[in-house]
Write a protein that binds this ligand. Structure first.
Ligand SMILES: [Zn+2]
Length: 229
């Protein structure tokens, strides 16, 4: 199995690639029950089990997704380079291709707010709303700041902040706000470390001022107007 951006990939013996996306509420459970019963051990409702993989070992892997924004798609493995959803995807945030120097270059001349630029998957792959909000707070950059003004000192703070947020979130097992859980049903706990996300009106962990919320490109941005400029 592999992963690229927010897509999971599985190479099959048929020569095809199974590409999967969890959408908003998708969840894989290894060793879950069969269709038709409530999964007490994971808290998922079997009515929302959509795909069950029966492995040669006898184990099952169940895909459950109440809101059904997730998807699975087969694509020939040999032409996977041309898979449309991944064609114009930017570098992975934890890869060597991502750095302050890369941000300096890619943000040059961009009029969009830095928040929108960081959510743009063609600039950085796989970065979601929570992690963009947290990385901007850590690097003291306002989500409203024009992206073209970030190269230089700000990009030098932003690139390591993105790396740290992603690394800490992975170590914490992810952020379980409503649905996310690991394949054994365990919840992540990075949400307890949020500095700004979903903390509107609460005290900034740096200056004590109130965290503010703003809607940008249809998504909530949480930030501190004192610490982030
Ligand atoms: Zn603050």
């Amino acid at each position: 199995m592999g992963r690229r951006a927010k897509f999971l990939t599985l190479t099959l013996s048929t020569g095809e690639m199974l590409v999967m996306h969890l959408g908003m509420t998708g969840r894989f459970t290894v060793g879950g029950s069969q269709l038709g019963e409530f999964h007490h051990e994971t808290g998922t409702d079997a009515r929302h089990d959509h795909v069950v993989f029966h492995l040669g070992s006898g184990a099952t892997v169940t895909y459950n997704d109440p809101r059904r924004f997730g998807f699975m798609e087969l694509w020939p493995a040999e032409t996977f380079q041309a898979y449309p959803r991944l064609m114009r995807m930017g570098p992975e945030p934890l890869s060597n291709a991502f750095s302050a120097a890369y941000l300096d270059e890619v943000l040059q001349g961009r009029k969009a707010p830095i928040k929108a630029a960081l959510l743009d998957q063609s600039i950085i792959a796989g970065l979601g709303n929570i992690y963009v909000c947290e990385a901007l707070w850590r690097s003291g950059i306002s989500p409203k700041r024009r992206a073209s003004t970030v190269p230089g000192q700000r990009a030098a703070r932003l690139a390591p902040a993105i790396n740290e947020v992603i690394t800490e979130a992975i170590e914490a097992g992810g952020s379980s706000i409503s649905d996310f859980a690991s394949t054994n049903g365990e919840l992540g706990y990075f949400q307890h470390s949020f500095a700004v996300y979903a903390r509107e009106g609460q005290a900034c962990r740096n200056c004590g001022g109130p965290i503010k919320r703003l809607v940008q490109s249809g998504r909530s941005s949480f930030f501190c107007s004192t610490c982030q400029r």
